[in-house]
Design a protein around this ligand. Structure first.
Ligand SMILES: Cc1cc2nc3c(=O)[nH]c(=O)nc-3n(C[C@H](O)[C@H](O)[C@H](O)COP(=O)(O)OP(=O)(O)OC[C@H]3O[C@@H](n4cnc5c(N)ncnc54)[C@H](O)[C@@H]3O)c2cc1C
Length: 457
């Protein structure tokens, strides 16, 4: 008979790893199953033509300096007993929100952002301070509460300038909204703090630094990680949960924590599920130039841009929506004096449009749009230099679906979040994207809190 695990976790993304460490710390027998050979899920890395690429990592949000108390980043380090300095964080220099009418800059000091708002929207500064106070005293991590509170409607209670509202919302949409042109007020509060109140940093060495820390910590505590172990089905009974792998192997556990999404978990349980959600997916390009960022005139760490006064954050009907996006230059963290520049662009992209292409057309479109996206970004950043390109790659909503299992390549999952992790099973719970805490820090904390709540209480 197979051994009985206390907890099996599906997925070695940030939330699965966070949950696994927390459970291993309690001395319970925990096994993480990951379908790929690389861990990290949406925030992973790969090697192509002998060049290393990070997927996803623009920024580790929620940056606070060492020693700060009561913030998600310290909570994460404390709960997992990971020393803060092991993250090797380098702070952002300066980021911007760019609209045709105006540019607002921000860094890891909220006073800079307040000054920017005072300068550009003098009539709104007092209202903005009230909004900031309200968010600071708001408890957004409550596991219960109404399903959805419109952030747009809530914002109307504080601000009247439409442009300021759009500018505030753009980065938050891109970094965590599963809703069309809106987001849940609690999600707004989480992201507002994560981006504007706390800020951006990047581990030296990129996402590998965080993943190595998490994997080593799990092993040190006796947790088990199995890669190339795709879960095919789940069966729950009073005795426990049977986990069948694609290889045919059957494993047994007292409890299962699934980080693969709500609909994706029901699919494993073979439960019919008619939940539909907006096809909000992204395409991302990565280009490495043979020149330093300063030589190219690139001084910003992250630029969120919109080419109209209003943001249209809705499913893309085409292959790529160039009207808005995010541009990141990872070398513009810390005192990096790299002689090369990495340019990363992210845009809304249409899952169905990519899906309808035959293989040859898919490859050709990818090549053409990669070039367009790169040129679009350089033009927007007013960069006239075109140094030699050392490496370049792109991923589409189909890449995301293939490598993470997220239906329709929907990065932020279902608009409805299952904040207490309860999906109607006795022994199977969810963590991660569809639980509702997003991003690297959010996902790890989601894993920790669901492990604490369901497996360790
Ligand atoms: C383009 C992009 C840019 C991003 N940028 C940032 C950023 O700059 N900063 C930031 O903080 N966040 C960023 N994010 C978001 C962040 O990556 C996610 O919120 C977070 O990583 C989600 O973690 P998770 O554990 O919930 O889910 P996932 O990362 O999706 O992990 C789920 C894991 O489950 C595995 N899996 C799925 N099905 C199965 C199965 N049947 N059997 C076994 N394993 C399975 C998957 O392979 C995956 O490893 C970005 C995401 C993307 C895609």
């Amino acid at each position: 008979m197979n051994e009985l695990w206390d907890v099996i976790i599906i997925g070695a993304g940030m939330s699965g790893l966070g949950a696994g460490i927390r459970i291993a710390m309690s001395g319970k027998k925990v096994l993480i199953l990951e379908q790929h050979n690389a861990i990290g899920g949406l925030n992973s890395f790969y090697l192509k033509d002998r060049i290393k690429y990070d997927v996803g990592l623009h920024a580790l949000t929620n940056f606070v300096p060492q020693g700060s108390k009561g913030h998600p980043l310290n909570k994460l380090c404390r709960q997992l007993r990971i020393p803060y300095e092991a993250l090797q964080l380098e702070e952002q220099r300066l980021s911007a929100i760019v609209f045709p009418e105006m540019e607002l800059t921000f860094n890891n000091d909220i006073n800079h952002f307040l000054e920017q708002i005072d300068k550009n929207f003098p009539k709104e500064i007092d209202h903005f301070r009230k909004l900031d106070d309200a968010i600071l005293s708001f408890s957004e991590t409550e596991l219960s509460g109404p399903e959805f509170i419109s952030a747009r409607k809530e914002l109307d209670n504080y601000l009247s300038n439409p442009l300021l509202k759009e500018m505030l919302l753009l980065p938050l949409f891109y970094y965590g909204s599963a809703h069309v042109n809106d987001l849940d007020w609690r999600q707004f509060a989480i992201l507002y703090k994560a981006l504007y109140r706390e800020g951006f940093a990047r581990p030296a060495g990129g996402v590998r630094t965080i993943l190595k820390l998490l994997r080593d910590r799990l092993r040190e505590l006796g947790g088990t990680l199995k890669v190339k172990a795709k879960v095919q089905t789940l069966k729950e009974s009073d005795a426990g949960v049977e986990v069948q792998l694609a290889s045919g192997e059957v494993l047994r556990a007292k409890q299962v924590l699934s980080s693969v999404g709500y609909s994706e978990t029901l699919r494993l349980l073979q439960i019919e599920n008619n939940t539909t959600f907006p096809m909000l997916s992204f395409a991302e390009t990565i280009t490495t130039f043979d020149a330093a960022p300063a030589t190219m005139g690139l001084d910003k760490t992250i630029v969120f841009f919109n080419t109209a006064s209003e943001v249209d954050y809705s499913p893309c009907q085409d292959l790529i929506d160039f009207r808005s996006g995010v541009i990141c230059v990872p070398e513009n963290y810390g005192n990096n004096n790299s002689s090369t520049t990495t340019l990363r662009t992210t845009h809304l992209a249409g899952y169905n449009s990519w899906k309808s292409l035959e293989h040859e057309a898919y490859v050709a479109e990818k090549k053409m749009l990669l070039q367009q996206s790169r040129e679009h970004a350089l033009k927007l950043l007013k960069c006239s230099l075109r140094p030699a390109i050392l490496a370049e790659d792109m991923f589409t909503p189909l890449t995301i679906e293939r490598y993470t299992g997220h239906i329709n390549g929907a990065i932020y999952g279902s608009p409805k979040k299952y904040r207490d992790g309860d999906i109607g099973c006795k022994r199977i719970f969810i963590c991660g994207t569809d639980q509702g805490f997003l991003g690297i820090v959010g996902a790890i904390l989601s894993g920790i809190s669901m492990a604490n709540y369901h497996c360790l209480s």
